[in-house]
Design a binder for this molecule. Structure first.
Ligand code: NAD
Ligand code: MG
Length: 342
């Protein structure tokens, strides 16, 4: 998603935003440092065996020259050029989520796909939800999870219906034998820079997908979760630096930060942790369906301090660490990964 700060902020709002940004940065640094730990352990093992992987420059690790392209919503990452990197060939697990049972919404593509692959490689059984039009992307993810020897369940359906959300959790719990991790990741947004041309239907779809669905899913999940379980939300840096072109979307992503914090306080007494991830711009189907101008992705690449938008695989470590026992004192937080953009 594009993050374009409005020019009309008052000085007071700017000051408030700056202090919130600094807060988020601090949290993000702690989060990423912690997420890097297993890689360091792996590196130590590799060094002991004599082959040291080359250190990589984060600016050059992934492309920043995606050709202009557009698809109809909800889009298929199978048809993107280049295809997003969701860790299909690169993510290496070390058993950090062995035996866990996870439900990931939007698990077919983009960020949710990277999370599903990483969770399976860390030893979890995974159910994914997606829209029926996304069956081709979902089938690939199911195949990748099976390849890890983990259970994979495909549950297509529209999250805008409360009854479906309840049945999604019930089916996951029944077929995986329990539910330890819920990742509320599915989301919807549309590029609409003028409120006068913002259809109520798009506003409604944004709120239903981004807020009602996580509310219904969390409610159903918490009723069956045991102490030690976790919920992870996908917010966005638009929560902290709202974009004028994503009015309703930015509002829902800010609401998710508050929802995460409030829910964490509520369910701490049940031993359940609740956290969120706030991505910056990432190369996913969302970038090609949401109706942005042709130069949107190239300007995102150019305006990000690291010089490129992110790839979903670069977010997976945050979702892993928030879900694992090692982060048992982390709850109510939202961690950011945005290439330095916020
Ligand atoms: P994506 O298109 O790959 O994933 C979004 C998924 O949401 C879709 O695959 C679809 O399965 C699901 N979805 C949407 N509406 C649905 C509905 N009504 N019912 C069921 N499923 C539905 O794109 P992504 O970028 O990976 O998005 C994942 C999350 O990351 C979203 O919440 C998005 O807002 C957030 N995010 C993305 C970016 C970015 O730059 N790509 C930045 C910040 C936050
Ligand atoms: Mg998809």
């Amino acid at each position: 998603m594009a993050e374009k700060t409005t020019e009309t902020d008052t000085q007071t709002a700017k000051t408030a935003l700056m202090s919130r940004r600094s807060m988020m940065k601090g949290v993000a640094i702690v989060g990423l440092a912690a997420a890097a730990l297993p890689t360091m352990a792996e590196n130590a093992a590799t060094q002991a065996s004599g082959s040291v992987p080359p250190i990589k420059d984060p600016r050059a690790k992934f492309p920043n020259d995606q050709p202009t392209q557009a698809q109809a919503w909800p889009g298929l990452q199978r048809d993107m050029t280049p295809r997003p990197d969701c860790g299909e060939t690169s993510y290496r697990g070390t058993g950090r989520l062995a035996g866990r049972r996870a439900l990931v919404t939007g698990g077919d593509s983009g960020i949710g796909r990277a999370v599903s692959i990483a969770y399976a490689r860390e030893g979890a059984d995974v159910a994914i939800n997606y829209l029926p039009q996304e069956e081709d992307d979902a089938a690939e993810v199911i195949g990748l999870i099976h390849r890890e020897g983990r259970k994979a369940i495909a549950i297509p359906g529209d999250l805008r219906a409360e009854a479906f959300c309840r049945s999604l959790v019930a089916r996951t719990e029944r077929e995986l034998g329990g539910l330890d991790i819920l990742v509320n990741n599915a989301g919807y947004g549309w590029f609409l820079p003028d409120i006068l041309e913002h259809p109520s239907e798009k506003f409604d779809q944004t709120i239903k997908t981004n807020l009602y669905a996580p509310f219904w899913l969390s409610k159903a999940a918490i009723a069956v979760m045991k102490p030690g379980s976790v919920i992870v939300f996908t917010s966005s840096v638009t929560a902290f630096s709202p974009s004028d072109a994503f009015l309703g979307y930015s509002a829902t992503k800010a609401a998710i930060v508050a929802f995460t914090s409030a829910l964490a306080k509520q369910v701490a007494k049940r031993g359940i942790r609740v956290n969120g991830v706030a991505p910056g711009p990432f190369w996913t189907p969302m970038q090609v369906y949401f109706g942005a101008p042709d130069d949107n992705v190239s300007s995102l690449n150019a305006s990000t301090p690291l010089g490129r938008i992110g790839q979903p695989v670069e977010l997976a470590p945050l979702y892993v660490i928030l879900a694992e026992d090692a982060s048992s004192y982390v709850t109510g937080s939202t961690w950011s990964a945005d290439g330095g953009r916020l």
